[in-house]
Design a protein around this ligand. Structure first.
Ligand SMILES: [Fe+2]
Ligand SMILES: [Fe+2]
Length: 133
């Protein structure tokens, strides 16, 4: 379910490597949920996910700004929305509320499917033309 494959490649080595790490962390979260791991374990993984998300989005935004990607504003807005959502799950878990598995899994799946395959993939030809690797 949460495995990176070539269909997710945006043909930029640094970004693909980060996406693979995102898949890995999300996979760990999924496994922890399935195994019914406690809140401490879940919160630790979610903390890592939030941190990694912030630095990954910053990396993409730096590249987009550097190369004056025309769709920067919309892409940044999508990042901000995803960050807000993942932070909300983190806050919920930290405040002791039960994190409902299905909405969290749906959200993470949407992120990998829709954001990487939809939004991220749109910059692939742009960066390829600029020889960004
Ligand atoms: Fe991305
Ligand atoms: Fe992105």
């Amino acid at each position: 379910m949460f495995e990176w494959n070539d269909s997710y490649s945006v043909e930029i080595a640094s970004v693909d490597a980060q996406h693979k790490t995102l898949f890995k962390i999300i996979g760990e979260l999924h496994a922890a949920m399935l195994a019914g791991r406690g809140k401490t374990v879940m919160a630790g993984i979610l903390d890592r996910l939030v941190q990694y998300t912030v630095s990954h989005f910053a990396h993409e935004e730096r590249l987009m700004r550097l190369h004056q990607y025309p769709d920067f504003a919309a892409h940044k807005a999508a990042h901000d929305a995803l960050t807000t959502q993942v932070v909300q799950f983190q806050t919920k878990l930290k405040s002791g509320q039960e994190v409902v598995t299905v909405p969290l899994l749906n959200f993470l799946n949407d992120w990998l499917q829709k954001h990487i395959k939809g939004t991220d993939m749109k910059y692939a030809p742009f960066f390829l033309a600029k020889a960004v690797a």
